[in-house]
Design a protein. Structure first.
Length: 59
């Protein structure tokens, strides 16, 4: 039982050291992820379209 209590105490101590991001930092990071995802999807869509049309011309 002592190990469980020690684990909980250590966990609480470690959580007090955590620096949580501000709302502005989270919003900025979310924007970066969303924009990157959309750009990557557009690039993959263009590559897919070009490859499909290229194969369509060959066959």
């Amino acid at each position: 039982m002592k190990k469980v209590v020690q684990f909980v105490q250590d966990s609480i101590g470690e959580m007090k050291k955590v620096v949580w991001p501000s709302r502005e930092e989270v919003t900025a990071s979310t924007r970066v992820v969303l924009v990157s995802t959309v750009l990557f999807a557009v690039v993959l869509g263009i590559v897919d379209f070009v490859l499909f049309k290229g194969l369509d011309l060959l066959f």
